[in-house]
Design a protein. Structure first.
Lengths: 804, 675
């Protein structure tokens, strides 16, 4: 493929022809503004230079300008603290933008591009800034509207309750309004246009956000298509601080100083009116019994002296784009890559990695950092979501991987770090919701982004990642929400860019198969970048070392269980918790990824076993486990393979029966690349590995996949071991402490008394002096021999919660 | 590491062991004892021999230097013996990383490598790897013999590798020796005696042959000063001076100054000397401290923690007193208030070789510390000195005639003379200053040496004392690291590199700048503690630490920076196709992008700070170097880079590109963070 990214302008011309034209006229206006500004500042030649480019070209490439929206927590300039925790920042054409808040169903702000004083002089800025962990990588903060804000509505319900009150009924200012009140349904994407779909008191409402420009003035247009109303509906449009209101025929004007905010309806049925309440709030009233109708609300703010230009902006009949057949493709070009077979191998040759080369570079300059992976039923195609909010579909998954075709399926998501395919329909998890994607015109791109369930809470914290998406055998979905870790790594919440501890912070969440209800399944998680669900429905998670997490665990989740992190959603002062199946030291896993269960009988001798990945160490592990006294315990053995990026989302392909892993690199990872997808393929060669671990009264028994040579297996010279403990505190992680001297940092060496090989040659029982419960024990061996004569060197890392 | 001045208890046990060995005439076979870290290192040159404990198979003796103080400069052999304790049976290869001289390495009695000058074309390049040798789990006997070249620098660093890919120094923690070795006991006693002789400034009175020029070429401690007495009357209280002069050890158990006044007149004499010293006023008057309000005291107390003063001192309000630490309860008795702050700010102003570190402090901070200490130390009534001219004159006379001025400088005629060192045969080292019980009428200064110390001094006396004329940098570094208590911070405080690794990690030039107090930037700004300066010792200590690790005292010049590679190096540290080093590390003016509980040192310092070989090891596998580091391991066990598309994925070339980029230092163009 070409290594030169296609300029964005080409795409814009083809798909947004009318907008391109308008953008340029707006640029000219910008030039005039700049001239004025610069003539005051200096006589430099900056103006022409600065005005040459639209915000699209001058602003960073981290926020795409060729797709109509980007979801994120979006901050506005007014009113104070106006953040849309689940915001959709929308590009409306005419250099105009609005942000819709899907928790509160309010339009939080409208703005146009404007000038800012940059290093090279005044520069045109628009849309949203690239601030935040997903975009410029900064810890703390989130995108802010960029340009000149024209209207705003504070954090309040966008639609009134049944009694006409806008009082926020939520226990905390996070999460959606009650379902009995209203519901965010989803969004149609039709080329450059969007149609928002939601329900208020049983009335279906479709809203197309747009803009209009005439004679140098730009207004925001909200076109509504509503069903017949059963109850009266009231929508808050905006609030203008310190304004005096005046109704002048069909126009409602709020004047504050030199600025006038004017709104009017177009094509509204009888009874649908605009009004101003005593708090300088502009509202839209739709009486009960209003028939199904299509109308528009036009909103403008400008110099009071230019108010006479408003009437022209309202002219014309309301119209809504036809969303029923989807729209033109946004990304017609596929990206073709070639895979690399057997890029790495285990020493026994039984497992190799095949790299499925990611679509980098691509014509849209998109970063490809995979956060979700699943397969379609044909096994030849997979869908992958990215941190930046895209979904890619890769086809051509076969033995050779010689032609992988990558196409973009969807975009604009809010940190979509989990993906699941059910009945060949894609679902993603993100900060705002579980989204179901529909492609009604079957052109290979989503055109309806449906809200499957958005009950999850989200505050402005940068670290509130929502990780991974799985289903159980009954079709229920599971996803995990991280705690709002503070910038720097210690502690949680506290407001601002660090966010707040909201109801679901640090929880494992379960959503029924219909998306009707979200429940907290378990608590006490910190940053579990990856979960797993066994075929029987056992849920597992990893986690990340940090506050209350002394070292990375593998959690065997109990419904309703508390897994250790205090200070999060479950409440405070919980001093006991469910010990994890095992802990893993830093050099094994400093930040856990997801788990997978071997469901395939084409993947060597491990069918039914559990696998764990390490995001931090980009490693794949077999989990060896047992239940003792009602508690799970065990450890891991490494598959010594390497991956293109981190190991994070292991999934089995239902057709070829092989394991695939997708991963990304954020921070605290040794991943080589920003994103990667690899197949972990069983070659059919004999596997030489530890496959089981059992703790007895005085020994640890290791079971191997192959029979061992007795002499080498029973020679204590070939074994080494250490053990140590951690301390669970509010500090970040824990040092390693001696077991014999609990205050002393360091490890204690294990003293082996004997090694006995079982009759079948597959199990070595290592008698250990003073065996006792311990958080971390490592047993290493080298120079063991298989019956066939090859040598075996490896290490097992495990935890003993209880001695049987 | 070369043995540092042993604790008295340890010395006692050694001597007891030695005596027991002598008594049983079993000198040949040292009794088995619990192995201790490090290897025995025996230097031999002609008949001269010396045994010490060394951390690893490292050595650097510059041309003209002695390998050990006991040996004359010139050709020598160095033999390391001990055990290499493998934690698992395994196959390892060995090689010399650098070698000038010849080396023979034996493990479990088998020759592993034998490299001579003839077989090493380039002393700065590694030798051919040995054949894999199988090590048993547990102790494997190790013996290495180095023979110096006929002239020039002598050096060696040995490495091992399990797979022949990643070469590194033999893990120091796996090397042990038998501490009950008879030769070690003998050398240790002599070394301890020599150290006592130097630390107590014995040579200031009993001058060795060749003095005073010797101070420049022999043991550096011969040049050590003592507090000068200029303006002492302004800087210290009279009553404390009197008490100190009368019996220093009553004021400070570890005082080096002897008691010089004896008999019934001693208290009056001490008062007279102090009265004379009290007349020595003047000098720049330090600013009076601002009134210490609660906030200042809080700041001062915080600084006491930040500077880890309790690492060496028993603070005035300490509930537990450590006998080895200097108590600070006497502060109000000793210091007129503004002078305490002045001393804290610049302890070396009147005493260059003071053990007290010089911390970077503002005047305000020094006052805050002084106020905090003073507020918890008891107050003393300060009686005035006698103003009787006769008393003062007697005090001056005593200063001139009792040896004070042999150590302390003052513009006054010194009328005290002692016999030169050569006049004291070993047999005479049991009387006078060194008498177990001084005679009632003895005028000799009383040091109150205990039995072990006297035994050590006698062991030293029995040598030809030529060691005083020789400077062995590694041993100097070990002595000073011990005396300055470097390990009180580097070994105890969270996030501090261990003192034991610094000589192999940091360039000696950098260590010297740091110890001189010339490095204004804080390497680890996230650590509140501050690195102090020890200006008088800086250069010698830095060179000695490097040589302990087998590095030259002066880092050889590198060829000019390969500019084209720096661009690739920049890409390698970026998050755009590189390792994303900038997540945790700043680059010159650019702050790190995503510091998350793992802040890293600004990369602009690396080129000037780090030994190149250490940099290579660290980047290849930081966890092998520092098991608790949060720095990720990027290169795999085969040494391969995960970035296949830069420089063809060649790890060596990538590391070179990184290094060239780092060498640009403050001129490193920062990589563009994501935008």
């Amino acid at each position: 493929m070409s290594t030169t990214p296609r300029p964005i302008a080409l795409f814009s011309r083809r798909h947004f022809p009318s907008r391109r034209h308008v953008v340029q006229s707006a640029v000219l206006l910008g030039a005039v503004a700049c001239l004025a500004a610069v003539s005051v500042l200096s006589a430099a030649d900056a103006p022409a230079k600065a005005a040459k480019k639209s915000w699209k070209e001058t602003k960073s490439t981290l926020i795409q300008s060729d797709f109509p929206y980007q979801k994120a927590c979006i901050g506005a300039k007014f009113p104070a603290n106006n953040k849309a925790n689940k915001g959709i920042a929308m590009i409306l054409g005419n250099e105009a933008f609005m942000c819709f808040d899907t928790d509160l169903l309010r339009m939080s702000a409208g703005w146009t591009s404007g000038t800012t004083q940059g290093k090279g002089g005044p520069a045109l800025v628009g849309f949203i800034s690239a601030k935040g962990v997903t975009f410029d990588g900064s810890h703390g903060g989130h995108p802010e509207i960029s340009g000149e804000q024209k209207f705003g509505l504070r954090q309040m319900p966008g639609w009134a309750d049944k009694d006409g009150s806008f009082k926020d009924p939520r226990a905390e200012p996070f999460g959606p309004l009650p379902r009995t009140w209203c519901r965010w349904d989803g969004m149609h994407v039709v080329g450059p246009d969007l149609v928002l779909a939601y329900t208020v008191h049983g009335t279906k409402i479709l809203e197309q956000p747009g803009s209009v420009e005439k004679d140098g003035e730009t207004a925001f247009v909200r076109t509504f298509k509503i069903d017949a109303t059963k109850t009266a509906l009231t929508m808050a449009v905006c609030e203008v601080e310190g304004a005096t209101a005046k109704a002048d025929g069909p126009h409602v004007t709020l004047t504050a100083g030199e600025l006038a905010t004017i709104a009017a309806l177009g094509g509204a049925p009888a009874g649908v009116t605009l009004a101003v309440t005593a708090t300088n709030r502009l509202v839209l009233n739709i009486p009960a019994g209003t028939p199904a109708s299509l109308f528009k609300l036009v909103l403008w703010r400008g110099a009071a002296a230019s108010a006479d230009k408003f009437a022209a902006l309202v002219a014309g009949a309301p119209a809504m784009v036809d969303y029923s057949k989807g729209g033109p493709k946004h990304w017609p070009e596929p990206v073709i890559t070639t895979g690399v077979l057997a890029s790495t191998s285990t020493p026994d040759g039984a497992y190799v990695t095949d790299m499925l080369t990611p679509p980098v570079p691509n014509p849209w300059n998109r970063r490809v950092r995979f956060g979700g992976l699943d397969f379609f039923s044909d096994g030849k195609r997979a869908a992958l979501s990215t941190w930046d909010g895209d979904i890619w579909i890769v086809s051509g998954i076969n033995e050779k991987l010689d032609k992988l075709t990558w196409t973009r399926f969807a975009s604009g998501g809010f940190e979509t770090l989990g993906l699941k395919i059910v009945d060949d329909v894609i679902y993603t998890t993100g900060r705002d919701q579980i989204t179901r994607y529909l492609d009604s015109n079957h052109d290979g791109e989503a055109d309806y982004y449906e809200n499957f369930n958005n009950e999850i809470t989200s505050s402005p914290g940068f670290h509130e990642f929502v990780f991974d998406l799985h289903t159980d055998r009954d079709g229920n979905f599971y996803t995990a929400k991280a705690g709002p870790v503070k910038g720097g790594g210690r502690g949680f919440g506290g407001g601002g860019g660090n966010g707040d501890v909201s109801a679901h912070a640090g929880s494992l969440l379960k959503i029924d198969k219909y998306g009707e209800k979200l429940t907290v399944y378990a608590t006490g998680l910190r940053a579990p970048n990856g979960i797993g669900v066994s075929p029987e429905g056992q849920v597992t998670t990893g986690d990340n070392e940090g506050t209350w997490v002394p070292m990375c665990p593998i959690n065997w989740v109990k419904p309703g269980g508390f897994h250790g992190v205090e200070d999060l959603a479950h409440g405070k002062d919980v001093k006991s918790f469910i010990p994890p199946l095992c802990w893993l030291p830093k050099n094994w896993d400093n930040s856990g990824g997801g788990q997978a269960w071997v469901t395939s009988d084409k993947w060597g001798p491990f069918k039914g076993e559990m696998l764990h990945t390490s995001y931090g160490q980009s490693s794949l592990y077999l989990v060896v486990k047992e239940e003792v006294n009602g508690l799970m315990q065990g450890g891991v053995v490494k598959f010594p393979l390497k991956f293109t990026s981190s190991a994070m989302r292991p999934r089995f392909n239902p057709v070829d029966g092989q394991l695939y892993n997708a991963g990304l690199r954020g921070w605290q990872s040794n991943a080589a690349k920003e994103g990667g997808l690899d197949r972990i393929r069983y070659t059919g060669k004999p596997v030489q590995m530890v496959s089981g671990l059992k703790v007895t009264k005085s020994a640890v028994a290791l079971t191997f996949t192959t029979a061992l040579d007795k002499a080498a297996a029973e020679d204590l010279q070939n074994y080494k071991g250490e053990r140590w403990n951690y301390k669970r505190t509010s500090n970040y992680g824990s040092p390693e402490f001696s077991v014999a001297d609990p205050e002393k940092k360091g490890h204690d060496k294990l003293e082996f008394k004997s090694a006995k090989l079982s009759a079948d040659g597959k199990t070595v029982t290592l008698e250990i002096v003073g065996l006792k419960p311990v958080m971390q024990q490592s047993i290493g061996f080298s120079n063991l021999k298989t019956a066939a004569g090859t040598t075996l060197t490896a290490q097992v890392m495990h935890t003993i919660n209880a001695i049987p | 590491m070369i043995p540092s001045l042993p604790t008295r208890a340890f010395l006692l046990s050694l001597l007891t062991g030695l005596l027991a060995v002598c008594a049983s005439s079993a000198l040949a076979q040292a009794p088995a004892a619990k192995p201790e870290p490090g290897l025995l290192l025996t230097h031999t040159s002609g008949p001269a021999t010396d045994t010490a404990v060394a951390p690893n198979l490292w050595l650097h003796v510059a041309a003209g230097q002695s390998a050990a103080p006991a040996l004359p400069a010139g050709k020598f052999t160095a033999t390391w013996t001990g055990a290499l304790n493998a934690d698992l049976r395994g196959d390892f290869q060995f090689r010399t990383e650098v070698l000038r001289g010849s080396l023979k390495l034996e493990i479990n009695g088998t020759n592993i490598i034998e490299v001579t000058a003839a077989t090493t074309a380039d002393s700065a390049k590694p030798s051919a790897p040995s054949k894999p040798v199988r090590l048993s789990k547990g102790a494997n006997l190790l013996k290495a013999t180095f023979t110096s070249p006929d002239s020039g620098d002598a050096f060696v660093r040995v490495q091992w590798s399990e797979k022949g890919i990643l070469w590194e120094p033999i893990t120091t923690a796996l090397l042990t020796h038998n501490p009950a070795d008879a030769a070690l006991a003998k050398s240790t006693a002599i070394r301890a005696g020599r150290d006592l002789f130097l630390e107590h400034r014995c040579a200031k009175c009993h001058t060795p042959a060749g003095s005073p020029a010797l101070a420049a070429t022999g043991a550096p401690e011969l040049a050590m000063d003592a507090p000068d007495l200029a303006d002492i009357g302004s800087r210290r209280h009279y009553a404390w001076l009197a008490a100190w002069i009368l019996d220093p050890k009553s004021q400070r158990a570890v005082a080096h100054m002897p008691r010089t006044l004896h008999g019934a007149n001693a208290p009056a004499d001490a008062n007279a000397i102090a009265a004379f010293l009290a007349t020595l006023t003047g000098g720049p008057a330090p600013a009076l401290p601002p009134k210490a309000d609660a906030e200042a005291l809080d700041s001062g107390n915080k600084l006491l923690e930040v500077l880890h003063c309790a690492g060496c001192h028993n603070l005035p309000d300490a509930t537990e007193k450590d006998a080895k630490k200097i108590s600070l309860t006497h502060l109000n008795a000793k210091f007129p208030p503004p002078h305490l702050a002045a001393f804290i700010k610049n302890p070396g102003a009147h005493y260059a070789w003071t053990h007290m570190p010089k911390f970077p402090l503002t005047d305000e901070e020094a006052h805050q510390i002084a106020a905090a200490l003073s507020s918890t130390a008891p107050m003393f009534k300060q009686p005035g000195p006698s103003t009787d001219p006769a008393v003062i004159a007697r005090g001056q006379h005593l200063v001139q005639t009792t040896g004070c001025l042999n150590c302390h400088t003052l513009k006054l005629d010194n009328q005290f003379k002692a016999k030169p060192l050569a006049d004291f045969a070993a047999t005479r080292w049991q009387s006078g200053c060194l008498a177990e019980k001084p005679a009632a009428d003895s005028a000799a200064p009383a040091f109150a040496f205990n039995a072990e110390e006297r035994a050590a001094l006698q062991a030293f006396a029995a040598t030809d004392r030529g060691s005083l004329t020789r400077h062995a940098p590694s041993e100097f570094a070990a002595r000073q690291a011990k005396n300055l208590q470097c390990a009180s911070c580097h070994g105890q405080l969270e996030g501090f590199p261990l003192i034991d690794v610094l000589g192999g990690k940091l360039k000696p030039e950098w260590i010297a700048s740091l110890l001189k107090g010339e490095v204004a930037d804080k390497m680890r700004p996230w650590i509140e503690h501050r690195m102090p300066a020890f200006p008088a010792r800086a250069a010698l200590l830095a060179a000695g630490l490097a040589q302990t690790h087998g590095f030259p005292p002066v880092t050889p010049a590198e060829p000019p920076v390969k500019m084209p590679l720096t661009t690739i190096g920049k890409k390698l540290v970026s998050s755009d196709g590189g390792f994303s080093c900038i997540a945790c590390h700043g680059v010159a003016e650019m702050a790190p992008v995503q510091v998350f509980e793992a802040p890293g040192i600004n990369l602009a310092f690396s080129g000037a700070r780090l030994q190149h070989t250490w940099f290579l090891r660290w980047i290849r596998n930081p966890l092998r170097v520092e098991p608790t580091t949060k720095m990720p391991v990027y290169f795999d066990e085969e040494g391969k880079s995960p970035l296949a598309d830069i420089l063809g994925g060649d790890a060596d070339q990538q590391l070179d590109a990184l290094w060239q980029y780092l060498r640009l230092g403050s001129k490193m163009p920062p990589p563009i963070p994501p935008q």
